[in-house]
Design a protein around this ligand. Sequence first.
Ligand code: NAD
Length: 295
Amino acid sequence: MQTVAFIGLGNMGGPMAANLLRAGIKVRAFDLSPEALNALVAQGAYPAGSAQDAVRGVDVVISMLPAGRHVESLYLGNDGLFSRLSPGTLVIDCSTIAAHTARHVATEAGKAGLRMLDAPVSGGTAGAAAGTLTFMVGGESESLEAARPLLSAMGKNIFHAGMAGAGQTAKICNNMLLGILMAGTAEALALGVGNGLDPAVLSDIMSKSSGRNWALELYNPWPGVMDNTPASRGYSGGFMSELMLKDLGLAEETALNSHAATPLGSLARNLYELHVKSGCGKEDFSGIVKQFRKE
Ligand code: NAD
C-alpha cells in the first residue's frame, strides 16, 4: 500500500490528510504545531518528529504550507527534503504560492530525479473537510495520473492546467477575478442601499440581470440577504481577508513578472490591504463591503 508523507496540517492540510486516512491510505504526518499534528494522529496518522522523519520510506510527499518561502525552505537547500528523497518519488505541493516559485522548485525536483506537481486548491476549509476540493495541477501528465487516486480522495474536480507552475497561475487568475467580483458586488450593493434600496431586493434584481455573478448569487456580502453565508454570521468562517490579500499580491507579482496590466486586480489588492489594515484580516473576504457601507 502507498504511504504518503503529509507536511502542513493546518486549516486545509489537516482535513485533506484526514480524507486520505479515510480512504485507507497510510499517512506519515508532520507539522511544526504539536496541536495540528496530534489532531491528525488521533485519526490514525503516524506522527513524525520532523519533515525529514516523515518522508522516510514514502512513495509520495504532499505539502500544504502557508507561502512560497515555507515551500522553498522545506524542499531546497542542504537540509531540504529533495536531498533525501529517492529518485522517482512523487512530490505534490498544494500550497498557494507564486508560479515562478513553483517552477523553480519543480526544476530543482527534476534535477534530483523526482516527479513534482503544483496542485493548489479551491473550495476552502469546507471543501477540504468534505473532500470536494478543486485541484488545479501543473506538471507532467504522467505525474498527474500517478497522483490522481490521491487527489480524488481529497477533491471532486481535478484540472490539468499545463506544465510546472500552471496550476498556480490558474489559481491566481481565479482568485484575482473573485476578489474583483466581491469588491464590485459590495460597491454596487452599498450604492443601492445608500440610495434607499433594500439589499435583498437589489440582490434579486441584479441576480436576474446582467450584473449577476458568483459573489452576488451564492456568497452575498450583505448581512441578512442570504442564510448560511459568512455575511450573515458576522463574517466568521469562510475565506479570510488576509488570504485574499495574499492571493491578490501573488496575482500582482505574476503580472509584474509577465509585464501584464491588471489594473482591476491592483485596485482590489489595495482595497483588501486597507480592509486588512482596518483590523478585518481574520474575517471572511466578503466583509470588504464594510469599506463601502455608510454606517
Ligand atoms: P494554516 O496556517 O492553517 O496551515 C499551515 C500549516 O503549516 C500550519 O499548521 C503550520 O504550523 C504548518 N507549517 C508551516 N511551516 C511548516 C514547516 N516548515 N513544516 C511543517 N509544518 C509547517 O494555513 P491553511 O489555511 O491551511 O492554508 C494552507 C495553504 O492553502 C496556503 O497556501 C493557503 O493560501 C492555501 N489555501 C487556503 C484556503 C483556506 O480557505 N484556508 C483555501 C485555498 C487555499
